[in-house]
Each structure stands twice: as C-alpha cells, then as structure tokens.
Write a protein that binds this ligand. Structure first.
Ligand SMILES: *[C@@H]1O[C@H](CO)[C@@H](O)[C@H](O)[C@H]1NC(C)=O
Ligand SMILES: *[C@@H]1O[C@H](CO)[C@@H](O)[C@H](O)[C@H]1NC(C)=O
Ligand SMILES: *[C@@H]1O[C@H](CO)[C@@H](O)[C@H](O)[C@H]1NC(C)=O
Ligand SMILES: *[C@@H]1O[C@H](CO)[C@@H](O)[C@H](O)[C@H]1NC(C)=O
Ligand SMILES: *[C@@H]1O[C@H](CO)[C@@H](O)[C@H](O)[C@H]1NC(C)=O
Ligand SMILES: *[C@@H]1O[C@H](CO)[C@@H](O)[C@H](O)[C@H]1NC(C)=O
Length: 510
C-alpha cells in the first residue's frame, strides 16, 4: 500500500513537473470566446429590437459561432465541393465525393479516445434532385463485438460473418446510423462542424464509447452550402423522407469511404427531428428502390421523441423554422405568409446572420417578445397541412423492429402527440413497434434517462435476438428514486478547453 502510493506520487510529480514546465498562463473563458459578433444600429432598428434583446441576441450568436470548430463551413476547406467529375456516377445519390479520413479534432470537444472522419457525398432533396451533403463518422477505440451473428433464418439472407470470428480482433466496427435533432437551418448548423457534434454525450459520444461507429448525416443544407451550379441548398426542415434519404445515402458513401471498416449491419437511431428521420428511414426501407445494400444490413430503428405531427402542439418557433424551408418544396410559398410584420422583420435579421436555435429563441421568446407567427398561419395558406402530410413520420407501413422512445414531460414533442401517432400506426399497419414511455423526463434528457434501455436494444439487434414481444407493445419506465430527486434538465455542455490557457479546466490538465 505504502509502496504503491509512493510510486504513484513519484509518477505524478514526474509527470507534473514536465507538464508544469510547459503550461500557459490561465485565462478565464467565456462561452463566446471565439466571436466578437456585433449588430449594426441599422440591423437593430429594422428588426425592431430593444437594447436588451439586441444584447441577448449578440451573446447567443457569439456562443453559437464559438461552437464552430475551425470557424465552421465558411472557413473550413473540407466543405468545399470537389469539381463534378465527368463520370455520370457523380450525379447518382449515395456517391462518395470526398473523404477526410483523419479529422484533426483539436478544436472539437470530442470524448477522449474517439476519432473523427468526415465525408462529402450525394443525396437527394425532397423532390429528388441530386445534391451534395456532408456527414461524419465517430469511431470507437475498441469496436464492440457480439457473441452471436444473426442467423440466416432470422434475417432471410446471407450471414455476414463466420461463427468463429468473434474472438479475433474486430476488423469492422458495428454501425449506428445517428440522425440528429434540430441544430439549425443554415450551413454552420452542421453537427460535423460543431465542437461536440451537436448531441455530444446525449448520443454520439455514448455510442462511440460503447464500441459503435457512429455514421451521422448533417442533412442537406447543413454543412455544404451550394450545389455545383452555385444554387443554394436549402435545409428542408422536418421533412422526414428527405432526412431518411440523407441518412441512407450517407451510410452507403461511408461504406465506400472505409471499405471493410464499418459493419454492413446497422441500427438507425435519432432524436426529435432525427427521431422523425429514424422513423422515416424505417418507412423508406419498406419501399426503398435505392438499393439492396442498405436494405440488407438493417437491424431496426429507434425513434426518440420523434416529430410525427408537425403542427400539433407545435411551438410558434418551430412554425417559423418550418416556414423557412417551404419555398424549396412549394415554390409559390411566401416565407412571410405565416409571420406577423414584426416576425418577418426579425426573421430577415435571423436569416442575414444565419442564427441557430438559441438565437431565434431570443428573437421570438426573449425579453420584449413580439408575436412572430400569425394566429391563423395554418389556414392563411394551404401549405401547412400539405407539408405535414408529406413530412410527418408515422401512420405508414414501416420496416421493424422499431422502438419509439418518449418522455412524458417533453415540452417540444408532447407525449400525447407521440402516443396518438403510435396508436394510429398500430391500428393501421402491422409490425414490431415497442413504445417505451419514460415517466417524468423531458425532451433531450429522456435519452440520458433511458440510456441503458436503448443501448441494450441496439446490442440485442446486433446479437440477432428477436424482439422480446412482437407486434405493438408498450413499456413504462419509472425512475428508481422518487422522480423529484432527479436533476431533470441539462445544466452543462461540453466547453472547449483545447488551448493551453484553458487546459486547467480539464481533469488533471491532460
Ligand atoms: C476561432 O474562430 C476563427 C474565426 O472564425 C477560426 O478561424 C478559428 O479556427 C477558431 N478557433 C478554433 C479554436 O476553433
Ligand atoms: C471533363 O471532361 C472535359 C473534356 O473531356 C475535360 O476537359 C475536363 O477536364 C474533365 N473534367 C474533370 C473534372 O474530369
Ligand atoms: C492538429 O492541429 C493542431 C492545431 O493546429 C496541431 O497542433 C496538431 O499538431 C495537429 N495534430 C495532428 C496529428 O496533425
Ligand atoms: C472458421 O475459421 C476457419 C479458419 O479461418 C474457416 O476456414 C472457417 O470457414 C470459419 N468458419 C466456420 C463456421 O467454421
Ligand atoms: C415537390 O413534391 C411535392 C409533393 O409531390 C409537390 O407538391 C411539389 O410541387 C414538388 N415541388 C417541386 C419544386 O417540384
Ligand atoms: C409517474 O410518476 C408519478 C410520480 O412518481 C406517479 O404519480 C405517476 O403515477 C406515474 N405515472 C405513470 C403513468 O406511471
């Protein structure tokens, strides 16, 4: 005991002396440390902002821009589109355009001992036009290995590995195709450029640390900003079929980028906007004409807090965001049609500076809140109902098994809305759908509360186990301790401390 702690002390002091000799002076850090964004007086005036809102908006924009690794897509060469090759292949969806096998993550806030790669690839927009998009792959240090491969009978096709291969070092990592929740609407909102990949510990880090390779589309319009002809790529917000195409084509391109390193089998998992995309992917796979490759390896989908009924119980902030996307689908739609004049003025500023989620919240819900969305937006034009019918996930045939995960205290995606979609889906179509309801948890924190449940579900799919109960079933999850003892909301985020002057903020500085 004495000897070992003396040895530890000696090792620590040796390490400390060599580190201490090199450390930088410590500086206090603000969350807006890498941006000095300031509104001009005319921007403040034309958007009708009070001094308080203007300052809040500036603070949030500084924060949002400080979350961009290497300055984001407007500065990072990775997002520059390579020339269109003369081969007709490049105009097909799912084609790999660029690979960055090693993404230098020194300006990200990745979980230690994960590794990042990024790709550009082709996908299609809602109406089928081929466009470029970006995605990341987050790699595990040690890929998870499974005891049993799915049998031929269980999957109805060729087994992917030999039974005796499990004791060898893994050559491929098991894939979770991760579809993220709302990050924003403009290029800089791409998770692949966000220091914590946008969902950080809530899902991608957790998955990589559990031994999965996380393949994650940014969704078209986030990341790559223009197509080859110079046209701007819109982010078709909440169009779950468009996101599903982005996801499956990203997976195909990732396989091409890293031959043999990513398992052919995969589980799709997403949250919120991405919960709708994950569910939409399960629907698309039921009918996907795009290829056997993505169809063959599919093991199931997890749709957490999914968007299934866009305008039911939807906050006006979501309505304003959806409005931005509609012109690319319905060319006659006027984005100002759903907004009040004050809302339109604020939206013009928001679009000009390409704010993200928090910036619009300040403009729409902040100190001197104005009404931004018209009360009669739904009936003011015909587009809302038509878009919901095209964009919503649920109430359609899907390829299972599907887990739908929902917290009862979710204010963004109400429990009642998801329950109604699950009920209608189960009444209308057949399939294995497990509805997991977590009592008392909110929107993103449901992922934390239910972590063991979804990790086990993913593991069982890779092990080839059939779902425990077939058909439509419900599981209720209660907290272990009384609910009111739990910290219900997030009170932290991954703050970058990668420069010498901030390194005192990490555990032991290394
Ligand atoms: C800080 O922002 C600048 C300007 O956008 C960018 O070039 C730089 O890479 C950023 N620093 C880090 C550490 O990401
Ligand atoms: C495409 O073909 C033209 C004519 O053959 C050639 O000049 C051009 O360099 C090619 N571009 C690429 C990107 O291969
Ligand atoms: C990553 O980038 C940092 C900052 O530019 C640099 O110091 C470091 O050497 C790079 N790492 C590798 C492995 O290239
Ligand atoms: C097991 O490993 C051997 C040697 O690599 C190989 O020949 C055989 O096909 C593998 N599969 C099974 C099911 O035995
Ligand atoms: C896109 O598809 C929708 C649904 O089929 C259709 O209503 C719309 O007009 C199409 N838009 C474009 C730009 O082709
Ligand atoms: C949820 O938890 C609360 C508080 O612990 C309890 O009173 C309630 O019955 C639970 N609801 C359900 C549907 O289990």
């Amino acid at each position: 005991m004495y000897r070992s702690s003396a040895l530890t002390a000696a090792v620590l002091s040796l390490a400390a002396s060599s580190v201490l000799a090199q450390i930088s002076p410590a500086k206090l850090q603000s969350t807006g440390f890498n941006s000095s964004f300031t509104l001009t007086p005319s921007q403040i005036e034309s958007a009708g902002l009070s001094g308080t809102v203007a300052t809040s908006f500036e603070n949030v924009i500084r924060f949002e821009r400080s979350q961009l690794a290497n300055g984001g897509p407007y500065e990072d060469d990775f997002y520059a589109l390579p020339p269109l090759s003369n081969s007709s292949d490049s105009l097909k969806p799912g084609v790999l355009l660029k690979v960055q096998p090693f993404t230098n993550a020194s300006s990200f806030t990745l979980a230690p001992n994960t590794a990042l790669s990024r790709i550009l690839y082709t996908t299609t927009d809602f109406n089928g036009t081929v466009i470029p998009a970006s995605a990341f792959v987050l790699w595990p240090f040690t890929p998870r290995q499974f005891n049993k491969k799915p049998s031929r009978e269980a999957r109805g096709q060729k087994a992917l590995g030999d039974d005796n291969s499990t004791n060898k070092p893994a050559t491929s990592a098991p894939v979770v195709l991760w579809t993220h929740g709302t990050s924003g609407f403009f290029p800089s909102a791409a998770p692949s450029t966000n220091r914590n990949l946008w969902y950080g510990n809530a899902a991608p880090f957790t998955l990589a640390l559990a031994g999965y390779a996380v393949v994650a589309p940014d969704y078209a319009g986030l990341g790559v900003r223009g197509s080859w002809d110079g046209s701007k790529i819109p982010h078709q917000y909440l169009a779950s079929p468009a996101g599903a195409h982005d996801a499956l084509y990203a997976l195909r391109a990732a396989w091409a980028a890293f031959p043999g390193r990513l398992s052919e089998e995969y589980v799709v998992m997403g949250h919120s906007q991405g919960g709708g995309v994950a569910w939409g992917t399960a629907e698309l796979l039921g009918e996907f004409a795009g290829g056997d490759d993505v169809s063959r390896g599919y093991l199931g989908a997890i749709a957490a807090s999914p968007t299934t009924d866009l305008f039911a119980g939807s906050s006006p902030i979501v309505v304003a965001w959806v409005g931005m996307a509609l012109r690319s689908i319905f060319p006659d739609f006027d984005p100002a049609a759903w907004l009040t004049p004050a809302g339109a003025a604020r939206m013009a500023l928001y679009r000009a500076v390409e704010g993200q989620v928090g910036a619009w919240q300040q403009l729409a819900l902040g100190a001197d809140a104005v009404q931004t969305v018209r009360d009669d937006y739904y009936t003011a034009t015909w587009h809302a109902g038509a878009y919901a019918a095209l964009a919503n996930a649920g109430r359609k045939a899907f390829r299972g098994p599907l887990m739908v995960l929902q917290g009862t205290a979710d204010v963004y995606i109400p429990y009642e809305v998801t329950s109604a979609t699950v009920e209608a889906t189960c009444a209308e179509v057949e399939g294995d759908l497990e509805y997991v309801v977590v009592n008392g948890t909110g929107h993103v924190p449901t992922l934390d509360a239910a972590r063991q449940i979804w990790l086990r579900w993913i593991e069982e799919r890779f092990e080839g186990k059939p779902v425990e109960r077939s058909g439509c079933v419900r599981t209720d999850v209660q907290s272990f301790l009384p609910l009111d003892r739990y910290q219900a909301t997030g009170t932290w985020f991954e703050q970058w401390a990668g420069a010498g002057e901030y390194s005192y903020q990490t555990i032991l500085g290394l």
